[in-house]
Design a protein around this ligand. Sequence first.
Ligand SMILES: [Zn+2]
Length: 59
Amino acid sequence: MSERAAPFHCPYCGDEDLRPNETGHGAWECAACNRAFQLKFLGLLTRGVPHNDGGGDEI
Ligand SMILES: [Zn+2]
């Protein structure tokens, strides 16, 4: 699985000037507020992934 998750806005100040942090693994730093943060995949929700098994358009 690739580490492609990229934030579009800083979760702290909302700025868009984000760049990858040297530590990698989903780590980003915000040039506006000088914060570094990390995105982490926590897992799938318990309800799972919606299945489209070709059952047709029921609705
Ligand atoms: Zn920021």
